[in-house]
Design a protein around this ligand. Structure first.
Ligand SMILES: [Zn+2]
Length: 423
């Protein structure tokens, strides 16, 4: 009886010791996770955070869309407004005036120019209207000055060189309106350059003769040359012709995710030599290989089988086709990429090109948004993941803004030299 009781007591002791250990190790883990997140949030707050790509002007030109209101992303699809930038600790952003590629004749170019100017005007108007919380930024230093005032910095870019048409004087017109980078091309070829994704393949072998003139004019004025969406030849041409470092405002690493929109290791190495910067983007397809989804694949193949090529479609047919693709995606969804995938790409670019050549361009309101970084209010989760993987504050500062601002300053310095030589 006594022996039994001793045995029982020992057993109770062992069990309680074990449970005690488990509880305390869980608590320690939770505590260290909490400490880490707290540390990350403090870094996120201290460094300047700059996102180089959002297609929000597409929303800003819609009647009634108010940037000073908080929108529900699940209900409205909107990913950026001023309250959510503040929530996410996003200090600065490039709003891109995006004009979809259309017919390449005088009428098409003129319509594109009108729409581009309308979008730029909507950015300026919204910024002026909300001058208590945001400010228009034109120079690299403006973002830091506005941050000190507690305001978000709003920069302007153009996505797709199509609104330049074939008139070189449009480049300086857009510069005068505040544009500080131009993505030379979008999803189809234009008069400047070849796209990575034109269904009919390349047409100029990279940059056209006119595209080369546009790059030189951008160098002269101090507009950053953006190679995102371009095919590989465009990248090599831009690198050879531009006198200033270039950027990819929203592109990822092809060695991690094999997609034409992403950059090869050779391109990343050359980007480092050039002094430029690759800004990571939050599109699932560019961040990870999608898990198999045979039902969706079958449905898409069936749809494609009965479809003309996009360039042969009327506008109505194109919009119907897009809707049909969206329906299939809704019916057979694929899980989103995660913030872990984003930092896998950052890790790789840092390994190949170095810490000075990577940044962030989320592509919100242009398809960007993943699990954990669904809209502007969640961008701090990138910093948390970076801290978890051992990145220092100095490195995080470079990724979030330092690298892009360095390139921006060099682009302006090159412009000054060219202008001085021209006098
Ligand atoms: Zn884009």
């Amino acid at each position: 009886m006594f022996k039994l009781r001793i045995g029982y007591l020992i057993l109770v002791l062992i069990v309680s010791l074990f449970v005690g250990c488990k509880v305390s190790s869980d608590t320690t883990a939770a505590n260290s996770e909490e400490v880490l997140v707290q540390k990350a949030l403090e870094i996120h707050h201290r460094v300047l955070t700059l996102d180089t790509h959002a297609d929000t002007p597409l929303r800003m030109i819609q009647p009634g869309f108010d940037m000073s209101e908080r929108h529900d992303p699940n209900e409205t699809g909107s990913k950026v407004d001023y309250p959510r930038m503040k929530e996410g600790g996003l200090d600065a952003i490039f709003f891109a005036a995006f004009v979809a590629q259309d017919i390449r004749d005088d009428a098409g170019h003129s319509r594109a120019k009108d729409l581009c100017l309308q979008m730029i005007d909507s950015i300026v108007t919204s910024t002026n209207r909300n001058s208590d919380v945001v400010g228009l930024a034109l120079d690299p230093e403006d973002a830091y000055a506005l941050e000190k005032e507690g305001k978000r910095a709003i920069y302007i870019g153009i996505e797709n060189g199509y609104p330049i048409g074939n008139d070189i004087s449009n480049v300086s017109l857009y510069f005068d309106q505040g544009v500080r980078y131009i993505t030379l091309v979008h999803s189809s070829n234009n008069d400047l350059a070849d796209s990575a994704t034109d269904p009919d393949g390349p047409e100029h072998g990279g940059l056209s003769a006119f595209g080369r003139e546009v790059v030189k004019e951008m160098n002269r004025l101090g507009i950053m040359v953006d190679v995102s969406h371009g095919n590989d030849s465009l990248f090599y041409d831009a690198l050879a012709i531009s006198k200033a470092p270039i950027i990819a405002s929203h592109s990822n690493a092809r060695a991690v995710t094999n997609h034409k929109r992403n950059m090869t290791d050779e391109m990343l190495e050359l980007m480092a030599k050039n002094g430029g910067v690759v800004q990571l983007t939050m599109l699932s397809d560019y961040l990870r290989k999608a898990p198999p989804n045979p039902q969706r694949d079958t449905a898409i193949a069936a749809l494609r089988a009965n479809m003309k090529s996009f360039s042969e479609m009327t506008k109505e047919e194109q919009s119907a086709a897009r809707k049909a693709f969206q329906e299939i995606n809704k019916k057979y969804p694929t899980p989103s990429a995660t913030v872990g995938h984003v930092v896998d790409h950052i890790d790789h670019i840092v390994k190949v090109a170095g810490i000075d050549h990577v940044g962030i361009g989320c592509d919100f309101d242009g398809g960007g948004g993943i699990e954990g970084v669904f809209d502007a209010s969640e961008v701090m989760n990138i910093t948390i993941e970076l801290v978890k993987r051992g990145y220092t504050e100095e490195q995080i500062e470079k990724i979030w803004a330092g690298n892009l601002i360095r390139v921006f300053k060099e682009v302006q310095a090159v412009a000054k030299t060219i202008q001085a030589e021209g006098k």
